[in-house]
Design a protein around this ligand. Structure first.
Ligand SMILES: Cc1ncc(COP(=O)(O)O)c(C=O)c1O
Length: 417
């Protein structure tokens, strides 16, 4: 990230009274909570775990735990909770939206958005075929909201071909044959496509298109704060092109639980009803709201650090010898690295298994054991995600381990496996 971008980000956060010194201070406490050294169950040699499975694995740091311990207990279902109100107000300001609602998870937030945008039986949403909403949310929009999905192809950068989107919009309501198009959903940054950031011109053109057909845009912005940091803009610069957004507090921002759903005031009024119907009314939830507020105010400024570490790891993968890891470095824009293994007979799951294993030879070569935890994802890739519990040193060790695994695999294949 350029120094100009860093400047833009810091001025953006100062607008919301987010002080850089507090950001650093809080981040320091977070790093202090990682668990670098563990004992292997069957041996006495210590090893380090670098958990790159998801940015949702972060644990609250000392400051956040202290704030949670001191939270007042008032009731949010009765609308009495000042901590929840404070979080929702801050979120609405940061998003540049009228109103916001605290919700237990991003999955529920996306579902509520679908329920509020698509209110009639037979309504339809247009959604990317590789989106989290389509792949990983159990078809909740059909299962629980009765909404039909029309799929468009997700391009490698997380965008869609807008001609394809336009071709899929249904015309002629109330023609008895067709559902009624209501909503287009985008994801930013795009998880399966490796944390890709949607370009602003794409969002602008999409918004112009949906406005022409009187549809709405919902953004699954679980990681939109990462997208804003990568572009060096305020979140509201991105979100001005959307009607509503879900933003996770529990991923790179480090809160234990929670998402904020943002949108117009009348949308949020309806969302409140939908949340209650789904069992998401949270009673004395200040303990989570204070963590969420801290996540949104104090933790955003450190996201570029995760992006830098992810890129360092990606570069190291490309330098491994033998060159068995494949990825496009230009596609590493945020905190996610998706890569392929090009060693015949070695599946992504097998690679993840080996990276997570510690053996004696490794301790001899690297001086210590390193368990790197990653996940195989849709499309035959392996995904590694950076977050506040992963330091530069963790990143360096993870890269060494991947080099070690590459060499081990080659030896293993040479033995005829
Ligand atoms: C893009 C995206 N949307 C939504 C979710 C769901 O988040 P939650 O676990 O809070 O339901 C995730 C989780 O990883 C995600 O990556």
């Amino acid at each position: 990230m350029s120094s100009l971008s860093a400047l833009k980000i810091s001025s953006c956060f100062s607008k919301y009274k987010l002080q850089p010194s507090r950001i650093l201070h809080t981040a320091w406490f977070y790093f202090g909570t990682s668990q670098p050294v563990s004992k292997r169950p069957t041996h006495s040699v210590p090893f380090r775990t670098v958990d790159l499975r998801s940015d949702s694995v972060t644990k609250p740091g000392l400051l956040m735990r202290r704030a949670m311990a001191e939270a007042e207990y008032t009731d949010d279902v009765f609308g009495d909770d000042p901590a929840v109100k404070g979080l929702q107000k801050l979120a609405a300001d940061v998003f540049g939206m009228e109103s916001a609602l605290f919700v237990p998870s991003c999955t529920m937030s996306n579902l509520i958005a679908v329920m509020v945008h698509c209110r009639e039986r037979g309504d339809e949403m247009i959604v990317g075929d590789l989106s989290h909403m389509h792949i990983y949310e159990q078809g909740g929009s059909a299962q629980l909201a009765g909404v039909h999905s029309m799929i468009v192809t997700t391009l490698p950068d997380g965008t869609f071909d807008l001609d394809q989107v336009e071709a899929k919009i249904r015309h002629g309501y109330p023609n008895v044959y067709y559902p009624r198009s209501r909503l287009v959903c985008v994801e930013n940054s795009h998880n399966i496509q490796g944390g890709r950031v949607l370009p602003l011109p794409f969002l602008q053109e999409l918004r112009a298109l949906v406005d022409r057909y009187d549809l709405q845009v919902h953004m699954d912005g679980a990681r939109v704060m990462n997208a804003a940091a990568a572009l060096g803009v305020q979140p509201s610069t991105i979100l001005q092109h959307c009607h509503t957004v879900s933003v996770c507090l529990s991923k790179g921002l480090g809160a234990p639980v929670g998402t904020v759903l943002g949108g117009p005031a009348d949308f949020i009024q309806r969302a409140l009803r939908a949340r209650k119907a789904l069992g998401g009314g949270l009673l004395q939830v200040s303990v989570l709201a204070v963590a969420g507020k801290m996540a949104l105010s104090d933790m955003v400024g450190r996201l570029p650090e995760d992006h830098r570490n992810a890129r360092t790891f990606a570069q190291a993968l490309l330098q491994c010898n033998p060159p068995i890891y494949q990825l496009d470095l230009n596609s590493v824009e945020t905190n996610i690295v998706c890569f392929r293994i090009c060693e015949p007979g070695v599946s992504p799951a097998e690679l993840c298994r080996r990276a997570a294993q510690v053996c004696e030879a490794e301790e001899r070569t690297l001086g210590q054991g390193v368990r790197v935890l990653m996940l195989p994802v849709v499309g035959g890739s392996v995904r590694a995600v950076w977050h506040l519990d992963i330091s530069e040193e963790d990143t360096r060790l993870a890269a060494l381990k991947m080099q070690f695994v590459a060499q081990q695999l080659t030896k293993w294949k040479a033995r005829g496996h």
